[in-house]
Design a binder for this molecule. Structure first.
Ligand SMILES: [Cu+2]
Length: 398
């Protein structure tokens, strides 16, 4: 069992000479997690800015702005080691075949969500601060008050953040100059950042200057995604030469080959009309659901228990009144070959009651999975993705 940090002890331990390392006035820096583009529903697997330069004693406020895509801010020496090892891999190892030694090291920072069914890993989904050792993947983390960040803690984790959540990191005045890495425990090495603690006596750019750098990066990503947004709203994939087969097709999510670190979380087109007995096929790009008639206990993948602990909401991600995604359709790890579209689930629905495709996990290039519903009764059917807020569409039948 890990030894838990006592903030008071650490502060006392670092007190000698702390004054000489500390600026007269502590500053507060802001880092946004993900972003909220007003003109398109999108998620960005990035921190803005991804590097923040501070002094010991300063504060970094992480602001979650995403549209429901889960993120964490996971600091600590475990993350430092994992990211440093990842940086030494070849591009091919990073993308497809990391060595077993890296896989073992990587597992010391558990993922937010399990591979396959089950609850969110509790020591990741909830705030967790561990001085030494590794977080449990079996049970909850022992609850402690959040200590100041010293750079020495093994695991210093925000928990699962959703839009408008904040995670405030006060750096101890004893934090040694150096680079402290953090990552999102779900998006892993694809979503990392750095807090660089500068020696006292050296200047760092102002909080507003550093924040502006992040917003500049974001604006560039948004601009690169814009053509794919325009295409998706017409039901077209981001690559003009790709033809989506069939009629009454809706893209569930999109993205751009020009932007790895972001995705479009919209249904395109948002409105589709067909006669009774007609069918709609959704092609899923990214982790989404097609969900009709969800009540408020079913419409969000994150749930909070009466004791305040955060969990994965099985009702939101599991199939209901639907065959769901068939097993064994994985195209994961097979990132080459021509892009194909294939209907993997076809079902009929009379428009009554809760209908959930469940989360489609195995859809992605090169094989894009299709989810087809034949509508047997006239009506106007609104639907959502339970993962992404404001990802909505309407099917009008009859
Ligand atoms: Cu979605």
């Amino acid at each position: 069992m890990a030894v838990l940090v006592c903030a008071g002890l650490l502060a006392a331990g670092g007190a000698s000479g702390a004054n000489s390392r500390t600026r007269a006035v502590a500053q507060t820096f802001t880092v946004n997690i993900d972003a909220a583009n007003k003109s398109a529903n999108e998620s960005f697997l990035s921190y803005f800015p991804s590097t923040v330069r501070v002094h010991a004693g300063d504060t970094v406020i992480f602001n979650e702005l995403g549209d429901g895509e889960p993120h964490t801010v996971t600091l600590g020496t475990l993350t430092d080691k994992v990211v440093a090892a990842f940086d030494k891999l070849t591009p091919k190892q990073q993308q497809q075949a990391p060595p077993a030694s890296f896989v073992r090291l990587d597992a010391t920072v558990p993922s937010l969500l399990p591979r396959g069914p089950g609850d969110a890993i509790q020591s990741v989904a909830n705030p967790c601060f561990i001085d030494q050792g590794t977080p449990s993947t079996k049970g909850p983390c022992v609850k402690v008050a959040q200590p100041d960040f010293t750079g020495q803690q093994a695991y210093y984790n925000s928990g699962w953040l959703v839009s408008k959540d904040k995670f405030t990191v006060h750096l101890s005045s004893a934090t040694a100059p150096g680079t402290y890495r953090y990552m999102c425990a779900l998006h892993r090495e694809g979503m990392t950042g750095k807090i660089v603690v500068a020696p006292s006596g050296t200047d760092v750019p102002s909080p507003s200057t550093q924040f502006a750098v992040g917003q500049h990066t974001l604006a560039a990503s948004e601009a690169k995604l814009a053509p794919a947004v325009r295409a998706e709203r017409q039901g077209k994939p981001p690559i003009a030469s790709l033809k989506v087969p069939g009629q009454n097709v809706v893209l569930a999510g999109s993205g751009s080959p020009a932007v790895n670190e972001a995705s479009i979380d919209e249904f395109g087109p948002k409105l589709i009309k067909l006669p009774v007995g007609g069918s709609v096929t959704w092609y899923l790009l990214g982790g989404h659901t097609i969900t009709f008639n969800a009540n408020k206990t079913e419409n969000d993948i994150r749930s909070t228990a009466p004791d305040g602990s955060v969990h994965l909401n099985a009702k939101a991600i599991s199939r209901a009144n639907s065959p769901g995604e068939p097993p064994g359709t994985s195209s994961n790890g097979q990132s080459t070959g021509p892009i194909t579209f294939k209907v993997v689930t076809a079902t009929r629905w009379n428009g009554r009651g809760f209908h959930n495709s469940g989360l489609f996990l195995n859809s992605g290039p090169p094989r894009i999975e299709g989810y087809k519903i034949t509508f047997t009764r006239a009506g106007t059917y609104k639907y959502i993705c339970t993962v992404h807020d404001n990802m909505k569409g309407t099917v009008v039948v009859g």
